[in-house]
Design a protein around this ligand. Structure first.
Ligand code: CP
Ligand code: NVA
Length: 320
């Protein structure tokens, strides 16, 4: 930690940072991305080590954190439940005490949010949530950056976050970790989420950790939820850890497939996002995810750029 940086910060939920910190991070992500695209070396984290702990599968999170850390001059240690003592019941608190004495920053993908909170409570270094059952803050960080890149005016200080105020994001599908994180982002950044889920899969404001219920509206009909939306987004019907419910979910979610009819209700220039991996023909049709309004590949790439900005911020504080 840089001298003078008094409080160590973790990133366990989207609401762990304030709107002004997001404005800073999005600008850093823009600059860092530009350097990457220009093949300019930028290595502020030389000699720093990131430990990545995966208790669930991953493609994007693994590659984006690992490649990002190497690009910034650091190195990475990759741990899974199966190849570490985590899978043999070593207490999470003990794992945190040990791992955080040897590395400079930790990223964890796990099951219950309480697990990452217990790890963070015993960690000497910043901890980042790489997905839990309840939240996926790094993904929403990338999604918002992607929206800004495509739709926000760029001024001297960076993308104008005020352009998010009053916007509508349509969430179609499961009231899951992604949905919860969208609600937190809406509360902080001043937009509204139109949420449509099948009965029994609703979002719960107390699990989402929001205090202002005005940041979202619930719709029974997913087509109605998309009306006037600036962004339409969805996710798999069965998240990791819920595989036993797959059959029941396939039936319950049949009408929650984002298709051309739903997109036609949204603003004519609405974007489509999906955190990926996607199942074409389930939560989204191929013509939507592979169509002109979809920005899913930018969204995936931007995971790396925003996380580089996040690791820089949690490790070194504000630059300049
Ligand atoms: N979107 C996302 O987190 O992808 P992975 O599960 O591949 O990491
Ligand atoms: N909601 C999904 C997101 C995958 C990136 C899951 O938790 O499996």
């Amino acid at each position: 930690m840089k001298p003078g940086m008094s409080l160590m910060k973790h990133y366990l939920q989207f609401k762990d940072l304030r709107a002004e910190e997001y404005a800073y991070l999005f600008e850093r992500a823009r600059v860092i991305k530009q350097r990457f695209k220009n093949y300019e070396k930028y290595q502020p984290l030389v000699d720093r080590t990131l430990a990545m702990i995966f208790e669930k599968a991953s493609t994007r999170t693994r590659v984006s954190f690992e490649a990002g850390m190497y690009q910034m001059g650091g190195s990475v240690v990759h741990l899974t439940t199966g190849d570490s003592q985590l899978g043999r019941a070593e207490p999470i608190e003990d794992s945190a005490r040990v791992i955080s004495r040897m590395v400079d920053i930790v990223m964890i993908r796990t099951f219950e949010q309480t697990k990452i909170e217990r790890f963070a409570a015993h960690s000497r270094v910043p901890v980042i949530n790489g997905l839990t059952n309840e939240f996926h803050p790094c993904q929403i960080l990338a999604d918002l950056f992607t929206y800004l890149e495509h739709r926000a005016p760029l001024n001297a200080k960076g993308y104008d976050l005020d352009c998010l105020k009053g916007k509508v994001v349509a969430w179609v599908g499961d009231g899951n970790n992604m949905a919860n994180t969208w609600l937190q982002a809406a509360e902080i950044l001043g937009f509204t989420v139109h949420v449509s889920t099948p009965g029994g899969y609703e979002v719960d404001a107390s699990v989402a950790g929001i205090s202002n219920s005005n940041c979202y509206k619930v719709f029974k009909d997913p087509v109605e939820a998309c009306r006037g939306a600036h962004l339409v987004t969805t996710d798999v019907w069965t998240s990791m850890g819920y595989e036993a419910e797959n059959e029941a979910r396939l039936k319950a979610f049949a009408d929650w497939c984002v298709d051309a009819e739903m997109m036609a209700q949204a603003q004519p220039d609405a974007l489509f996002m999906h955190c990926l991996p996607a199942h074409r023909g389930e939560e989204v049709t191929a013509d939507v995810i592979d169509g002109p309004q979809s920005v899913v590949w930018d969204e995936a790439e931007n995971r790396m750029h925003v996380q580089k900005a996040l690791m820089e911020y949690l490790s070194l504080g504000r630059i300049g």
